[in-house]
Design a binder for this molecule. Structure first.
Ligand SMILES: [Zn+2]
Length: 211
């Protein structure tokens, strides 16, 4: 704030100058006052002038947020079946009853029902790690993929014995892998795909990755 005492002194000087009919002196003092006032105002506004520079990181932050939807889109898997129906929910902690097994058991996958021999597609691009027949889950193919820098293991069970992919084969998302067959332990559900997704070693709900 411009000191009031200084203004008063300046006004007195101007008055004296005017009383002496010295217009030139008054003009010089008036100019000095205006100059001091402008200087004081510039000092007061200096901190606020720095505000726009301080808000620059917020713009960067916004740009980061805008890039999130693009990353999220990459986490969506290609549906492994056409026109499927979810017949068995992912339930890794709460046991569910299985008619075929005759007891309760947790379910670490998602069961997708479709017609017998329906084509099965690769949910993501990657490499076929191994193909084998499991006594409970039937013919199974494991696919190694990468989603946003995270290793994703996709396990597809309940396949038909033929055709099947071979270990080491590279596949593209949406490429045909085989056909629906049967999963002995889940035969009560009819022809369906038992789908498991393991990200960085942790089993996650495939439904969260499907569109
Ligand atoms: Zn299942």
């Amino acid at each position: 704030m411009f000191p009031f005492s200084a203004v008063r002194r300046a006004v007195l000087l101007v008055s004296k100058a005017l009383s002496r009919h010295s217009f030139a002196a008054a003009l010089v003092l008036a100019c000095a006052l205006v100059g001091l006032s402008l200087f004081a105002r510039a000092r007061r506004t200096a901190p606020s002038a720095a505000a726009p520079a301080g808000s620059a990181p917020a713009v960067t932050h916004t740009e980061g947020l805008l890039s999130v939807p693009a990353q999220a889109a990459e986490t969506i898997l290609v549906p492994p079946l056409n026109d499927y129906t979810v017949v068995g929910p992912f339930s890794p902690l709460a046991p569910v009853w299985w008619d075929d097994l005759g007891h309760y058991a947790v379910h670490t996958g998602l069961d997708l029902s479709a017609g017998a021999s329906a084509p099965v597609f690769a949910p993501a691009s990657g490499e076929v790690l191994r193909v084998y027949r499991d006594a409970l889950m039937g013919w199974t193919a494991e696919l190694s993929a990468n989603l946003n820098g995270h290793a994703l293991l996709i396990r597809l069970s309940g396949l038909a014995p033929s055709p099947l992919p071979r270990a080491g084969q590279r596949v593209r998302a949406g490429e045909a892998l085989g056909q629906l067959g049967e999963a002995p332990a889940e035969a009560c559900l009819g022809a369906h795909l038992h789908l498991e997704t393991i990200q960085d070693g942790e089993t996650i709900d495939p439904a969260a990755l499907l569109p």
